[in-house]
Design a protein around this ligand. Structure first.
Ligand code: ADP
Ligand code: MG
Length: 626
């Protein structure tokens, strides 16, 4: 038997790191600025605990581009490194000075926001540079160090006479990475990744006008002044507490996050937990319309104020990807695959926490000002309904604030709705019948006929409503949703007094084939129905179950049913005068005309009268009034 250590040859590993460490070359800048930030944060920490005496000033980070020399420099005024430290932290790949610092100062530096972790970030510089130099001087009394490496595992380390504390990293940008010598490209990257980092980052200078003193003569020209161009807001709103922030602050931070977004968000949720994981952030509810797919994926994910991604899939529940804002957590293991993330215990907790917070916020908004909540309902319902559908916990919570608007403009909670209709809207099995419409315009005649009879009709028009209805029916006892045009009201809702048909069974038997003969090409199923005499003579209904099956199919269900044709039932109102007239009419031609006219009216009210049939109907109607 033998034991040993696997020998990893640096020559082989080094090119791999360069090539495959990160798929995106542009992140080298984020890594270098993270290191410069860490060095400055460490300095501030050591100063705060008295290990560094004297004033450390206001350290900043500077990025300098020299297109002639083809260099990009990242310069900081942080702790710097001694020769020994360069040997330890830079020459040993995968040894993280950040981890070591946190370990050493774990009592005080736990929440200091140190970014580094794996001891690999620095080497990403070689993805874009042929040669990298580090010129550094420690904050302690040590001589400076100058390290040079051309991307082979061999480096050169000599003394440097650098005077000021801090580190300068010089990248000699390679030929195929020329883009990183363009100021506009670098500015773009800084804005993307570093916009909210805690240490000021300077890229060049800019000219600003000095405001004129009060009472200055009108023709006086304001003087100009050259100042550092600082690209970041080192104190973003989410790092503050809600007490420090006004509505205006929240709104202007929203604009900072989404400069191209002109709408004001409806409200926000400030997230802040310390235990059992660290997470801060602000989520905004924007106005959300029915086209949900284009509105997804706007939440930005940060780790210690460093931008990581705007793909939060797997970290927040799907329905919340419709929101906007930022989440900042050092505890999300972003180096692992997304599918693994969903199974990760810590991430699950984060996701549950966010869901709960959103539920609590909605609850409290509803309680505090119901009127205002109702006014926002149409802009936020998609998120809430989506959440109810996909998260059981949220479904339970939403019972208190999810609203069901009626066609008359009321907004009812489920409890209120039940209370309102429990004695008047039940079917023959004593199930509660919840009448609804998906489109007030198209189903107008059905709605008004239900309203005339004193029934409550809900307006449910979200894109996912048919799924939510299924879920509601499955989770509550004895309720059934029925779209107003699904069947005759008389069939849907049980009445104490039964409407007696004006036609005898014999008459019905005579009438039915007459009608069937004429409508057969439409494929309608003819059904005699004893309805209210004020209802239309013919009513076209699309059976609820058929419609739902079709909807499921359209929503990406299995293609099992093939292309299902539309299927309608033609309800013949045996109590309508016209129906009695049809029966009495002897002349076959005239009878046919009456039936066709009644049929066209039914089609018209279902929005089905089109093309030639519509033209003919118009002509017939004109003939009638002549
Ligand atoms: P990590 O940041 O994950 O620790 P890096 O490879 O990015 O790993 O950096 C390795 C180490 O090198 C850092 O932990 C730090 O000790 C040291 N270092 C890198 N850049 C600087 C800098 N600008 N100033 C001081 N120390 C630095
Ligand atoms: Mg690092």
């Amino acid at each position: 038997m033998s034991k040993g250590k696997i020998n990893v040859a640096v020559e082989n590993i080094f090119p791999l790191i360069k090539k495959f460490l990160y798929s995106d070359h542009e992140i080298f800048l984020r890594e270098l600025i993270s290191n410069a930030t860490d060095a400055t944060t460490k300095l501030a920490h050591l100063s705060s605990i008295g290990e560094i005496k004297g004033d450390i000033g206001l350290p900043k980070i500077e990025i300098k581009i020299d297109s002639k020399k083809k260099t990009l420099r990242v310069i900081d005024q942080g702790v710097g490194m001694s020769m020994d430290e360069v040997n330890k932290y830079i020459n040993e790949v995968a040894f993280s000075g950040a981890e070591e610092f946190l370990e050493k100062y774990k009592d005080t530096a736990q929440d200091s926001g140190i970014i580094g972790h794996f001891g690999l970030g620095f080497y990403s510089a070689f993805m874009v540079a042929d040669k990298v130099e580090i010129i550094t001087k420690s904050h302690q009394k040590e001589t400076g160090a100058h390290w040079t490496c051309d991307g082979s595992p061999e480096y050169n380390l000599v003394k440097s006479d650098k005077k000021e504390r801090g580190t300068e990293v010089i990248l000699h940008i390679s030929k195929d990475s020329k883009e990183f010598l363009e100021e506009s490209r670098i500015r773009e990257l800084l804005v993307k990744y570093n916009k909210f980092m805690p240490i000021p980052i300077k890229l060049g200078t800019k000219e600003v006008e000095i405001p004129l003193p009060e009472g200055a003569p009108e023709d006086q020209k304001p003087e100009k002044e050259t100042i550092d161009d600082i690209i970041n807001n080192s104190n973003p709103a989410w790092t503050k507490t809600p007490k420090e922030l006004s509505d205006d602050d929240y709104n202007s931070f929203y604009r900072e996050l989404y400069p191209n977004q002109f709408e004001t968000p409806l409200f926000n949720i400030h997230l802040n937990v310390d235990y059992p994981f660290h997470l801060t952030g602000i989520l905004y509810f924007p106005k959300i319309n029915n086209d949900i797919n284009v509105q997804k994926d706007r939440i930005q994910l940060y780790q210690n104020q460093v931008f990581v991604t705007d793909n939060v899939e797997g970290i927040v529940p799907e329905f919340l990807t419709l929101l906007r804002g930022v989440i900042d957590s050092p505890d999300i293991p972003l180096n692992v695959s997304r599918s693994y993330l969903q199974a990760d215990g810590a991430v699950k907790k984060i996701s549950n926490y966010i869901t709960r917070k959103v539920g609590d916020k909605l609850s409290s908004l509803f309680k505090k000002d119901r009127k205002a909540f109702e006014e926002k309902w149409n802009d936020i319902k998609v998120v809430i309904e989506y959440g109810m559908l996909s998260e059981d916990k949220f479904f339970e919570k939403a019972e208190k604030f999810a609203l069901y608007p009626t066609t008359k403009g009321e907004f009812l909670t489920y409890g209120e709705l039940e209370e309102k209709i429990k004695t008047t809207q039940t079917d023959k099995d004593d199930k509660l019948v919840i009448l609804y419409t998906s489109n007030i315009e198209e189903q107008h005649s059905y709605i008004s006929s239900a309203e005339d009879k004193g029934y409550t009709v809900l307006l449910l028009d979200s894109p996912i409503i048919s799924h939510l209805i299924q879920k509601m029916e499955g989770s509550k006892d004895k309720i059934s949703f029925a779209r107003v045009d699904g069947d005759s009201i008389e069939n849907l809702i049980k009445k104490d007094e039964v409407i007696i048909s004006k036609l005898s069974d014999k008459e019905k038997e005579k009438l039915k084939p007459m009608i069937e003969e004429i409508v057969k090409e439409n494929g309608y199923i003819v059904q005699m129905e004893s309805m209210d005499s004020k209802s239309l003579p013919f009513v076209l209904a699309q059976p609820e179950f058929m419609r739902r099956m079709k909807e499921m199919q359209q929503n990406g269900g299995s293609g099992m049913m093939g292309n299902m044709p539309e299927m309608y039932t033609l309800l013949v109102n045996t109590n309508h005068e016209l129906i009695s007239d049809i029966l009495k009419t002897k002349a076959a031609k005239k009878r046919e005309r009456l039936i066709i006219q009644a049929l066209d009216l039914a089609k018209l009210s279902q929005g089905l009268l089109k093309g030639e049939a519509l033209t003919k109907f118009l002509q017939r109607s004109l003939d009638l009034i002549k």
